[in-house]
Design a protein around this ligand. Structure first.
Ligand code: DX5
Ligand code: ZN
Length: 215
């Protein structure tokens, strides 16, 4: 069954607790938390304190997507804040291999996120070590952008690699997901849909139906 990871990037800080509880009650599997530092991307967004706050109001899997550069010196904070999965962009830090090994030694699962301008081959050596690979279908930086259909082949490729090599990672797609493009992702082997504006722009009474319709 496809898992749904609502991205709360556009939720106002004072509305977070409410929204998280509604998503939790509506059958979301994960909560996708986009962390931006103003270096890897121009914007800034949530940080460690927000993750701690969210951890207090839900027991759902916290799917933390770091868009930060460099990465290494943040990692302990994000582990301790209560993340369940920490994914980062490997090109943002020269120590990506060590960072993955470090996360794997903790209670937290590691993941990598593939920027639309990056080829999977560049980070193929990391694939046996991670629990999750995020295929980005928008340029990282903000929510509400249009889905890049030309990235979907990466989902298929990652699916093929894991079958051939017996790797264990899950594949998540992130960016512009809605009910018209989710099927091409699912047909290519995706496991998790990160969904931002398509879900969060709706009234909370609609969350359950939308989440179910995306699976
Ligand atoms: C983009 C973020 C995504 C995004 C998802 O930098 O990583 O998680 O906010 O939101 P939508 O679904 O609106 O593209
Ligand atoms: Zn994200």
């Amino acid at each position: 069954m496809i898992k749904i990871s609502p991205s709360i990037l556009n939720v106002k800080e004072n509305d977070l607790e409410n929204k998280i509880k509604s998503l939790d009650n509506s059958g979301a599997d994960y909560i996708h938390i986009d962390v931006m530092d103003g270096h890897y991307v121009d914007n800034t967004s949530f940080g460690v304190e927000t993750i701690k706050k969210i951890r207090k109001v839900t027991s759902k899997i916290l799917d933390v997507h770091l868009m930060v550069k460099p990465v290494q010196h943040h990692i302990d904070d994000y582990i301790e804040a209560g993340s369940d999965i920490i994914s980062f962009h490997p090109e943002a830090d020269e120590n990506s291999l060590n960072i993955i090994k470090y996360i794997n030694q903790s209670e937290v699962n590691s993941g990598i996120a593939i920027h639309p301008e990056i080829n999977i081959e560049k980070f193929e050596h990391l694939l046996p070590l991670v629990k999750q690979v995020i295929v980005m279908t928008v340029i990282p930086g903000f929510g509400g952008q249009q889905f890049m259909e030309n990235q979907v082949y990466k989902i298929g490729k990652l699916n093929e690699i894991r079958k051939n090599k017996n790797y264990k990672y899950k594949i998540e797609v992130d960016g512009g997901i809605n009910n018209t493009n989710k099927d091409s992702c699912i047909n290519n082997g995706v496991d998790i849909l990160a969904v931002g504006s398509y879900l969060l722009s709706k009234d909370k009474t609609e969350y359950t139906n939308i989440i179910n319709s995306l699976r």
